[in-house]
Write a protein that binds this ligand. Sequence first.
Ligand code: KG4
Ligand code: ZN
Length: 338
Amino acid sequence: MKISLPNEGIILGIESSCDETSAAILRGRDIASVIISSQHFHTSFGGVVPELASRAHIRSIVPIAEEALAKAGVSAHDITAIAATFAPGLMGALLVGLNFAKGMALSLSVPLIGVHHIEAHIFSAMLEEEKPELPFLALVVSGGHTLLVVVEDIGRYSVIGKTLDDAAGEAFDKVGKMLGMGYPAGPVIDRAAKSGDPTFVKFPRSMMNDETFDFSFSGIKTSVLYYLRDNPGILSTRSADIAASFQQAVVDVLVGKTIRAARERNIRDIVCVGGVSANSLLRSQFKTTCDEQKKRFFSPRPMLSTDNAAMIAMLGALKLDRGISSDLSLSAMARVPL
Ligand code: KG4
Ligand code: ZN
C-alpha cells in the first residue's frame, strides 16, 4: 500500500536530540532546505557531553532556523505547522528544540507535531524519490539503536529484533577509537575500509545464524581488541585491512538477518535508516542481496541517514495529513520505546 503524502503545506522541522542542531523546511512533499550543524563536544572515550550539547543548541537554534527559512525562501508567517523531536535523546538537548518549536507554534498559531526520533528515522526513506510501500521492514542502525521493525502503518510497529548489547554505530565508534580514529568513527572506518582487505581477519559474525532476529556487537568489538593486543604494532601497516575486516563482519550480520526476516515474514520492501545506513558497504551489499532475492531496497541519501530535521518535518507532515498533532503541554522525554 502506498503511503499518502500531502501536496501542500510548509512545515518547519526541528531536531536537537543529541549533538546536532538541525532545521528544515518541507514544502508539500519536497525538501526546500535542510541545515545541520554538528557540534561534537565529546569526552575522551568518545561520548557526547550533555551539558555542552545543550548550551550549543541554545546558541545555534535561532540562527539555524533562520537559515533554513532563508534558504527555502519563506518567511516565518508562511509556515503552516511545526514538527519537533520530543523523544528519545538527551533531556537538556531535547528541551531546547521542543520549547523553541512550542514558542514558534504558539506565536504563529500553527499546529505543533511532536515526533519520536526513531520513528522519524524510519520514515526518512520517504524523503527520496523512490518510496517504500506498506508493510515494510525497517532496519534502524544508529549510534544508540539497532532495531528490526515491521512497519504496518504510521504508528503501527512490531519490533522483531534488537541489539542485546552495543548498537551498531556504537560498535563502529568504539572500534574506531581502538584504531586511533576520531569520533564519530563510522565515516572514518567506511573511508579507510575502501583501501583495505575485508578478508584479512575473520572476525565473528555474532548471532548470524541463531533463530532470533536479535543482534550482538560486543563480541565483534572484543575480538578486534584481542586481535590488536595479540598483534602489537600491526596498526602501523594494516589499519585499513582491520577496519575493512571489522566492517565486513558487521555488514554481513546486518544484511543477513534483515534479509532472512524479510523472507520469513514475506515482506517485499526493506528500508535501512539511521547513521550507520550511510555506510557504503552496507548500502551496496543490501542492494545486491535485495536484487538477488527479488526484494526492493530503500535508504535515504547519506546526508539524510544521520540526524537531520528533514526527517522530522516528513514524519510531521505524514502525521498531520492523518489529523495527528500535539498539545502544547507535550513534554520532552529521554526514553520512550518505539
Ligand atoms: O542516526 P545518527 O546520526 O545519530 C543517532 O541517532 O545515534 O547515528 C550516528 C552513528 C554514529 O555511531 C556514527 O559513527 C555512525 O552513525 N555512522 C556511520 C557512518 N556514518 C555515520 N557508521 C558507519 N559508516 C558510516 N558511513
Ligand atoms: Zn538518530
